[in-house]
Design a protein around this ligand. Sequence first.
Ligand SMILES: [Zn+2]
Length: 274
Amino acid sequence: MRFSCLARISLATACSALPMGTFARTAPKAIPVSDSPSTIVVIDAGHGGHDRGGIPGQRVAEKTMTLDVAKRLEAILNAKGYRTVMTRSSDVFVPLPTRVAIANAYRNAIFVCIHFNSARRSGANGIETYFYSSPSLPLASAIHYYVSRAAPSSNRGVRRRGYYVLRRTAVPSVLVECGFLTNPTEAQYAQSVNYRQMLAEQIARGIRSRSLVTSRTGSTVTSTDAVPLQPYIDQTRVRDPDISGHRRHRARKSSRSKRTASIHRKKRVTRAED
Ligand SMILES: [Zn+2]
């Protein structure tokens, strides 16, 4: 049911039109508050505990970086009057179904997952933002617009993918990949407090301005405050060879679902995700 809506607005092309800046010289401009702070923002710091994130041998622990950005985002949103809920606030392992259950416990919520990327190819780099359901696209567009514009990294675009935490949540949900910790340059950025603060500020800015997202497919952008709807790459049927860590977003399947998985293997191959 969601797919027909998405098809109408999908440009299915890489997002390369956005200007790049650097986090050092891009000062966030004042923007009108377009969103009701009554919205509950469930902040999901990826990984934690025994789940370090990333790939084996990765020097910078993803779980540490995600938690730091999540806490910064929490502080920024609280200062703006938002109510926030953290799926974790310390270095603990939280199963994906628990994270989803936390998000689904609130009707008027949005769910923001914070991750950093990894790949065996050290040259892989850039910022990408994932969503799955069509109501999540404006949120993904707004967050990606601001983060990719401010980060001194390449723009890998908005992508549609059926990650468990995106597919199983009943509220608008996005997953931001804030750069590759396996890329020497981006790993260096990530270890900078200023960079992590910038990420949190831009994610917050996207959350606040998500209702300003306008479609490029209709008339032109109507206001200087408007955020252009980002074209997206639909990866629900294909995998990106650069990304090696798909398993990290998977939920452990029950024995029952494993049995049904074998029955539906053919379908799962084409649907690909989690
Ligand atoms: Zn991750």
